[in-house]
Design a protein around this ligand. Structure first.
Ligand code: COA
Length: 388
């Protein structure tokens, strides 16, 4: 029994765009509606994500604006903000809305612009991103997100023997995957040597360990399971788990364990009636290479402590035991904050329909998406399944 189904998926290329937020979201929204064969007046509600438009472009109260732009003025439209997990949480709420019977057809998605096209450089954007960390205990120290995840991963290295070379293998894998995804920000391969020689951003992360600043938008059409039967290629949402972790960082007993991801995965797997062994592929939140290592373990896709070794041995590559981030992930596909969560749902939908193009995996049946926000403080895990 699915909780909901996705019947349409659309996204812009992730990268650099000079388009205003509303128009950029419109491109993804119209793509999803066209894909579903749904006209704007048929949509009951908009679940929309944008985290930073107020800080980056003085653009707030966007939900009714984008609803009007895509021909849906009049319907309820609400904005979600959960840092980098913004649109996964919009999706989570869209699933609940159709499951509860409140709505039949919901458009869920998100948009963000983070590149210098906004007029803001790396330093300014880094400061805005840091507003998602603890106001009293973290921001005054000057820590930024590369530093936050560096702390988590340093602990993982200490506990499990993960190395900088392991991390480089994650970058090599995801950059290679990105070359087969025309929607990816980067389409360039890197070598282990290049990754390991790059400039240090926050020890142990070098340039190639970091996701870039990206612009982009993504959207999906979510319908009730019964309603889905009238569509050509529905993909079922069998579980969505949502959990929060301890904040601030200093209060996390085991920061490298990312407990919120484990809690969200347990909830999602429980709803779907599956275990990690049933998962055929995953899109995980690799904002930094080490974050993919932590996520692969938290989702149960590799045993604890083996995430780095698994990447280096090719176990998480396309063609390996459990392909992770076949799209290129945040590392190469890009990370336009509020577009990332539903961007992962677009990827799962296309893979499970068999129309992911050059990076299509061989006939996957079950996919998992993992999207986190802040100091691994909010995590949403979604399970989607192809119809037999
Ligand atoms: N991965 C690979 N290449 C990257 C890159 C990345 N993350 N970021 C930039 N580049 C490339 C650029 O394309 C450019 O290449 P070119 O010289 O061939 O044109 C070059 O590196 C320099 O780009 P620039 O934009 O000047 O880099 P920068 O030093 O200003 O920023 C980072 C690089 C890594 C500091 C920045 O991308 C960053 O902070 N990323 C993390 C974002 C983040 O924290 N997100 C939230 C996660 S929770």
């Amino acid at each position: 029994m699915a909780r909901a189904s996705v019947v349409g998926a659309g996204m812009t290329k992730f990268g650099v765009h000079d388009t205003p937020l509303t128009e950029l979201f419109g491109e993804a929204a119209f793509g999803a509606l066209d894909d579903a064969g749904v006209e704007p007046p048929e949509v009951d509600s908009l679940y929309f994500g944008n985290a930073m438009g107020g800080q980056t472009e003085n653009d707030t109260h966007l939900a009714p604006t984008v609803a009007s732009h895509v021909g849906m003025a009049g319907i309820p439209a609400q904005r979600y903000e959960d840092a980098c997990a913004t649109s996964a949480n919009a999706f989570n709420n869209a699933v609940e809305a159709v499951e509860s019977g409140r709505h039949d057809v919901v458009l869920a998605g998100g948009v963000e612009r983070c590149t210098p096209e906004t007029g803001l450089d790396t330093a300014a954007m880094t400061r805005i991103f840091a507003s998602a960390s603890h106001r009293q205990y973290e921001q005054p120290t000057g820590i930024t997100f590369p530093g936050v995840f560096a702390l988590f991963v340093k602990r993982h290295m200490y506990e499990h023997g993960t190395t900088e070379e392991h991390l480089a293998h994650v970058a090599v894998k995801n950059h290679a995957n990105g070359t087969r995804n025309p929607k990816a920000h980067f389409g360039k391969e890197v070598t282990v040597e290049e990754a390991m020689e790059g400039p240090v951003v926050a020890d142990p992360f070098r340039l190639m360990d970091c996701c870039p600043f990206s612009d982009g938008a993504s959207a999906v059409v979510v319908v009730s399971e019964e309603y889905a039967d009238s569509f050509e290629a529905p993909v079922d949402v069998s579980g969505v788990g949502h959990a929060t972790g301890v904040v601030p960082i200093g209060d996390k007993e085991t920061p490298h364990v990312t407990q919120a991801a484990r809690d969200a995965a347990n909830e999602a797997y429980g709803q779907a009636g599956i275990s990690a062994e049933d998962v055929d592929f995953a899109e995980v939140h690799d904002c930094f290479t080490g974050a993919e290592v932590l996520a692969s373990e938290a989702l149960g896709l590799v045993p604890d402590g083996e995430g780095g070794f698994a990447a280096a041995e090719g176990r998480t590559a396309v063609g390996g035991e459990i392909p992770i981030n076949a799209s290129g992930g945040l590392k190469a596909k890009g990370h336009p904050i509020s577009a990332t969560g539903t961007g992962q749902i677009v990827e799962l939908t296309e893979q499970l329909r068999g129309d992911a193009g050059e990076h299509q995996l061989p006939a996957p049946g079950t996919g998992v998406a993992h999207n986190l926000g802040g100091d691994a403080a909010t995590t949403v895990v979604s399970v989607m399944e192809a119809r037999a």
